[in-house]
Ligand binder design. Structure first.
Ligand code: ADP
Ligand code: MG
Length: 440
C-alpha cells in the first residue's frame, strides 16, 4: 500500500538558478561545440558559425540545415531540462546544453527555426536573462526583433533549419571593449580557436568516417583589422592519429567489456604511434598534427562518446606527460549506454575512466608507450648520426632544446611547482645564454 505523504512544492528561483548555471565550465569554443551537437542530432549536413562584430551590438550565430522545430518543440527546447527521450548514441543527454552553453557566453539567447520546406514560416523564441532576473520567472519571449534575428531569417531563406542567436555577449566582450578594436580582434581570435576546436572534436563527422553521414562546418574568418565582413572557411577534419601518413603505426584494436546495470558494453582501444618530424610527409603536416595544445600535451587518450570527441590528450592519471612518449595517441570509444560509468559532464568536457577499465588499459597503454619511445629515440639518434662536425652547434642546439622540454615536462609533474619555477628563474638570471639555448 502506498504511503500518503504531505509536501510543499518549492520551485527554484529562475533568477538565481539561471545566474549560477552560467559558470558550469564552458568556454567559448566548447559552448559552440555543444550547439553543433544539437545541429548534428537534428540531421544537419551544413553547419555554420558566424561571429559578427558591430560596435556595442556584436552577435554570434550557429546555424544548421537540419529538421528545424515546430512551435511546441521549440518551447520545450528552451526549457531548462528539456523533456524528451533519446535514442542510443544520440549526442544530447541532459536537456541543458542549448541553454547553459549559450548563457555561459551571452545574456540573450534566441532560437529562430523553420520546419516547413515550402513556406518561409519562422518561429522565433527568446530567453533573456535581463527579463528572467527582473521577473524571476522562466518566461520565453515571442517574436522579438533585432538585426541579428533578421540575419538568422536570411540564413533560413531557402529551406528548413535552425539558427541559434547569441546577443548581449557580456562574457565575450565585456562592456568597455564592446566597441573597440580590441573587441574586433578578440572575436577574430575566437573564430580561429573555435575553428580549430570544432575541426578536432567533430573530425569523424567532417571526414564521414566510422559510418557517419559527412557534415560540413564553416566558421567565418572575421577580418581582424578592417571592417570587411571576412570569409566563410570550411573546416578540414583534424585527425589526431595522422592515419593518412605513411609512417603512422596503427596498433591492432583491442576490445574491453565494461559492466553496466543493464548488462555489458564494449569499449574499443586503438593505439597509434605517430611519425617523428623527419618521417612526416612535410614539416607543415607535422606542425598541423601538433594540435591546439601542441605535441607534448596532445599525447595520450582521445576519448570518443558516440564518435564525438570528449577528451583530447592526457593519460587520465595512468602515466605522466613525457617528451619521450609524445608520439603516442590512442582512441578510446564508448557508447552512450556507458554515460554513467564514464561520468560525462554537462559541458561534455570531462569524463572519468571507470576503475575496472583503468586496470584493463594499463598494459596496452604501456605497450603503446614503449613503441612510441622507440620511434622517438630512433629519430633522435638518426638525427645524431647525421651530425657532421661543421653543424655541431645547431645539433647541440637541438639537443639542448630537448633537455629544456624534458625539464619542463618534469616540472609539470612536480608537486613543488613554485620551487621549480624559482630555480628556473635563478638559472635564467645567472646563465641567460644557457637558458635561451634550453628554450626555457
Ligand atoms: N539545432 C537544433 N535543431 C533542432 N532541434 C534542436 C536544435 N537544438 C536543440 N534542439 C532541441 O532542443 C532540445 C534541447 O537541447 P539541449 O538543451 O542542447 O539538450 P539536449 O541536447 O541534451 O537534449 C534537443 O533535445 C532538441 O530536441
Ligand atoms: Mg544538446
Amino acid at each position: 500500500m502506498a504511503v500518503r505523504r504531505s509536501y510543499f512544492d518549492v520551485p527554484p528561483s529562475a533568477a538565481r538558478l539561471t545566474g549560477s548555471l552560467r559558470d558550469i565550465g564552458y568556454d567559448f569554443q566548447t559552448a559552440v561545440a555543444d550547439l553543433v551537437d544539437n545541429s548534428i542530432s537534428a540531421g544537419g549536413h551544413r553547419i555554420g558559425v558566424e561571429l559578427v562584430f558591430e560596435p556595442n551590438n556584436s552577435y554570434v550565430l550557429i546555424w544548421d540545415d537540419g529538421r528545424g522545430m515546430g512551435p511546441t518543440e521549440l518551447l520545450e527546447a528552451l526549457r531548462f531540462g528539456s523533456r524528451r527521450d533519446y535514442r542510443r548514441n544520440e549526442l544530447g543527454r541532459f536537456g541543458l546544453g542549448l541553454k547553459t552553453g549559450s548563457f555561459s557566453q551571452c545574456r540573450r539567447l534566441t532560437v529562430v527555426t523553420r520546419k516547413a520546406p515550402k513556406q518561409q514560416t519562422f518561429h522565433v523564441r527568446t530567453l533573456d536573462l535581463d527579463y528572467i532576473e527582473r521577473d524571476d520567472s522562466w518566461s520565453v519571449l515571442v517574436d522579438e526583433q533585432s538585426e541579428a534575428i533578421e540575419h538568422a531569417k536570411r540564413i533560413l531563406r531557402d529551406g528548413p533549419g535552425t539558427v541559434v542567436v547569441w546577443e548581449n555577449l557580456d562574457r565575450v566582450l565585456p562592456d568597455r571593449y564592446a566597441e573597440s578594436g580590441w573587441g574586433r580582434r578578440r572575436l577574430s581570435s575566437l573564430a580561429t580557436k573555435t575553428g580549430e576546436h570544432l575541426a578536432m572534436v567533430f573530425h569523424r563527422f567532417l571526414a564521414g568516417t566510422h559510418g557517419l553521414d559527412p557534415v560540413t562546418i564553416s566558421v567565418n574568418n572575421l577580418n581582424a583589422d578592417t571592417s570587411e565582413p571576412g570569409v566563410q572557411l570550411k573546416l578540414e577534419a583534424w585527425d589526431p592519429f595522422a592515419t593518412a601518413e605513411d609512417h603512422t603505426q596503427a596498433i591492432p584494436v583491442e576490445i574491453f567489456e565494461v559492466e553496466t546495470d543493464e548488462g555489458a558494453s564494449d569499449i574499443r582501444f586503438s593505439g597509434y604511434v605517430l611519425p617523428p618530424r623527419d618521417k612526416f610527409s612535410s614539416p607543415e603536416r607535422f606542425e598541423r598534427l601538433s594540435g591546439p595544445l601542441k605535441w607534448n600535451r596532445q599525447q595520450g587518450l582521445y576519448i570518443y562518446r558516440a564518435n564525438r570527441l570528449v577528451q583530447y590528450g592526457g593519460w587520465n592519471g595512468l602515466r605522466g606527460i613525457d617528451e619521450h612518449t609524445k608520439l603516442a595517441r590512442a582512441a578510446v570509444d564508448f557508447d552512450t549506454e556507458l554515460d554513467e560509468a564514464f561520468q560525462i559532464n554537462v559541458a561534455k568536457m570531462s569524463v572519468v575512466l571507470p576503475a575496472t577499465l583503468k586496470n584493463m588499459l594499463e598494459r596496452p597503454i604501456h605497450d603503446l608507450c614503449v613503441r612510441a619511445d622507440a620511434a622517438y629515440r630512433q629519430s633522435a639518434s638518426s638525427a645524431g648520426g647525421r651530425r657532421p662536425s661543421s653543424k655541431s652547434t645547431s645539433a647541440d642546439g637541438v639537443a639542448l632544446r630537448e633537455v629544456g622540454v624534458a625539464l619542463k615536462a618534469v616540472m609539470l609533474e612536480s608537486t613543488d611547482l613554485k620551487g621549480f619555477r624559482a630555480a628556473l628563474g635563478k638559472l635564467k638570471e645567472r646563465h641567460p645564454d644557457l637558458a635561451r639555448s634550453l628554450d626555457l
